[in-house]
Design a protein around this ligand. Structure first.
Ligand SMILES: Nc1ncnc2c1ncn2[C@@H]1O[C@H](COP(=O)(O)OP(=O)(O)OP(=O)(O)O)[C@@H](O)[C@H]1O
Ligand SMILES: [Mg+2]
Length: 445
């Protein structure tokens, strides 16, 4: 790991010196800069493997440096240093391509973890991971795989959304597997399944005697995931008081076990998932906006199975093989039916359906009578092309229709929002709300 060159941009002399000394002790070469101008000069005259910048600098904003740094050294990670309470700055920086943030005041353990993460990640880019993680060759799934590849190189929190059974957990595992954290734990927690009175202790652990029933010290989920990834599934189910504590843990990269005097510094990447529209929960007041913003630095949406019907033969083959049905085939008719079926339960429904069919079929061939599609007398609504009786969540369905309409109109108007809003007869406020709700914004914003 020696000879790695790190740019350190910090206007306060003492902190700058301290950072450089610490990094040099770890075996790196540190290049100090006190201003944006100095930093830019170094960027043009030297090469770097990593950057670390303060945000408030005498001649400008460190966030503006991210772009020039990435332009000069596309493969080198850059992180920002921020004070605890400045959530917006850390999130903004990560959205602009920063690899991670370092909370101030700077603590040696955190600095070490951050630099190690940054430089290992870069070298450990991981094409060895099995590509069959997410089966499919249609463009939505290819895009998803490429996005997973990119996000696994940063430490930024990722929010995974998508309908039930679309593979959100699988995506979280893939991000972990592709990252340099792959040999460390992946801890998945269903936030809706923990009784609220035990929640704090489950997440952060407790010390012996801190409450009735605390007979011994106990580590929490953050400690269990140390060095690895913590996956918060169904994050919308977190009670509000826990949301505050989680926000602090993420901001400060530190936790305090229930009953403990001292904080413990943690190095955990947080991924979360929900099948709900979280921005609606924010509007309703049941989910904190600051936490939403914090968890949703990068948004990944898993496509529905009906958006990628062409993947059904490949997926079915993969599922049958994994159920031990390597020599079992699907008849042409069955494949046709599956390709046109709406799949409200997505890949999980396909798995269940094939599981049943495997038990029912004879002569190694699955026939239409072995496949039990709900409501097999198709009651197709001519205007939507959708079997009305297969919709089990009307709000989610209407939302998906609304989203496609907005996308189509935005495309038609070259992403001119005022024109799109006008065309849809929405006020700009309503339109902005809907864009946020559906995560629609053009990339370079
Ligand atoms: N692209 C894919 N390739 C192979 N298997 C998949 C794919 N997508 C989903 N699956 C499988 O479908 C099942 C459901 O996936 P998963 O549990 O990740 O969905 P989910 O989005 O978390 O669902 P829920 O919202 O109900 O929790 C799993 O068995 C998973 O392995
Ligand atoms: Mg799930």
């Amino acid at each position: 790991m020696n000879n790695k060159r790190i740019l350190v941009v910090e206007d306060e002399k003492d902190i700058r010196n301290l950072l450089c000394i610490s990094l040099e002790r770890m075996g790196f070469m540190a290049f100090p800069a006190a201003t944006l101008t100095d930093a830019k000069k170094l960027i043009s005259s030297e090469t770097f493997d990593m950057g670390l910048t303060d945000v408030r600098l005498p001649d400008g904003n460190g966030i503006d440096l991210i772009k020039s740094f990435k332009k000069a050294f596309p493969d080198a990670p850059i992180a920002v240093m921020t004070a605890y309470d400045t959530t917006d700055v850390a999130v903004d920086a990560m959205k602009k391509g920063a690899f991670d943030f370092l909370p101030k005041p700077i603590r040696h353990e955190r600095l070490k973890a951050l630099v190690t993460d940054a430089l290992e990640n870069k070298s450990g880019s991981s094409d060895e991971t099995p590509e069959n993680f997410l089966i499919g060759e249609t463009s939505p799934i290819k895009q998803l795989r490429s996005l997973i590849g990119k996000v696994s190189l940063t430490q930024a929190p990722v929010m995974i959304t998508g309908e039930s059974g679309t593979g959100k957990e699988l995506v979280a595992r893939a991000i972990h597997q592709k990252s340099h954290r792959r040999d460390m734990p992946f801890v998945a927690v269903n936030c809706g399944a923990i009784p609220s009175e035990l929640m704090e202790s489950e997440f952060f652990g407790h010390v012996k005697g801190s409450f009735t029933g605390a007979h011994a010290d106990k580590a929490g989920l953050f400690q269990a995931a140390e060095g690895g990834t913590l996956f918060l599934d169904e994050v919308a189910d977190l009670p509000l008081d826990m949301q505050v504590k989680l926000l602090r843990a993420i901001q400060e990269k530190a936790i305090r076990p229930v009953g403990a005097q001292k904080e413990i510094i943690t190095n955990v990447r947080v991924l979360s998932a929900t099948h709900r529209t979280l921005i609606d929960e924010v509007e309703k007041g049941s989910f904190r906006q600051d936490l939403y913003y914090r968890l949703n630095v990068i948004h990944v949406e898993t496509p529905t199975l009906r958006e990628r019907g062409e993947d059904i033969p490949l997926l079915s083959r993969y599922i049958l093989d994994s159920l031990g049905g390597e020599d079992i085939k699907l008849s042409e008719q069955v494949l046709e039916r599956l390709k046109t079926y709406h799949f409200p339960g997505n890949v999980r429904e396909l798995e269940n359906l094939l599981h049943r069919a495997l038990a029912l079929c004879e002569d190694s061939l699955i026939l239409p009578e072995n496949i039990q599609l709900p409501f097999s007398k198709d009651i197709v609504n001519e205007s939507t092309g959708v079997d009305a009786l297969e919709i089990n969540d009307l709000d989610a369905y209407l939302a998906s229709v609304e989203k496609s309409i907005i996308e189509a109109v935005l495309d038609a108007e070259q992403w001119n929002r005022s024109k799109a809003a006008e065309r849809l007869n929405l006020t700009s406020r309503q339109f902005r709300y809907k864009l946020a709700k559906y995560g629609l914004s053009s990339e370079n914003e």
